[in-house]
Design a protein around this ligand. Structure first.
Ligand SMILES: C[S@@+](CC[C@H](N)C(=O)[O-])C[C@H]1O[C@@H](n2cnc3c(N)ncnc32)[C@H](O)[C@@H]1O
Length: 179
């Protein structure tokens, strides 16, 4: 009995260390979008999306799973570096039999995003700057970008939705047209 408790304790400790380590590496914890934020992000996408929908840093799967359920005929992709949240999202994916959802344990900065029709993110200011540089060099097609809380610095959003939460968190919608 004591051995089992010890094993569980060690597993929990390893999981916490893994999450903290990845938070230090990526610069953001796997904090999930709130229910209100997910709803607002989904609502800001119009119904005519074509091409893959991608969550950049899909965390525990909260948003990417909602996307895959809302758009069962679209290819939905999540990129996540942190092992434990990624494993949990994989369990959800198989549990809910979401065959249109692919979850990569991979750095989205190294992924080819050129074919996407929609990018979703909930990152942090420096992460948004790096993403913006990547998109400027990579995208040659029009694309929608939905960002929870953090804005792109050199683009004007076409819509900003303020959530009814204590921070009045903004949800930014961009229509990215390559310059
Ligand atoms: C705040 S969470 C958002 C999770 C999810 N998108 C949501 O809205 O619920 C941000 C996630 O992005 C991940 N992340 C940050 N930079 C990344 C990168 N370059 N490649 C893959 N994942 C990354 C972090 O590990 C973290 O889990």
């Amino acid at each position: 009995m004591v051995t089992l408790e010890l094993i569980i304790l060690v597993c929990l400790l390893l999981a916490i260390i893994s999450i903290v380590w990845n938070t230090l590496i990526t610069g953001i914890s796997p904090m999930m979008s709130s229910g209100k934020a997910c709803q607002a992000m989904l609502a800001s996408i119009d119904g005519t999306v074509k091409g893959p929908l991608i969550d950049l840093g899909s965390g525990w799967g909260t948003l990417v799973i909602a996307l895959a359920r809302k758009y069962p005929r679209q290819q939905v992709i999540g990129y996540e570096l942190s092992l434990i949240p990624w494993l949990v999202s994989m369990i959800w994916k198989y549990g809910l039999q979401l065959n249109n959802l692919t979850l990569y344990r991979k750095d989205f900065m190294k992924a080819d995003l050129s074919g996407a029709s929609l990018l979703c993110c909930y990152l942090f200011p420096e992460g948004m700057l790096s993403l913006e540089e990547k998109l400027k060099g990579e995208l040659s097609n029009e694309i929608r970008i939905v960002s929870n809380t953090f804005a792109l610095s050199s683009f004007q959003p076409i819509k900003v939705t303020k959530l009814n939460d204590i921070y009045q968190s903004p949800i930014y919608l961009y229509h990215w047209v390559p310059r």
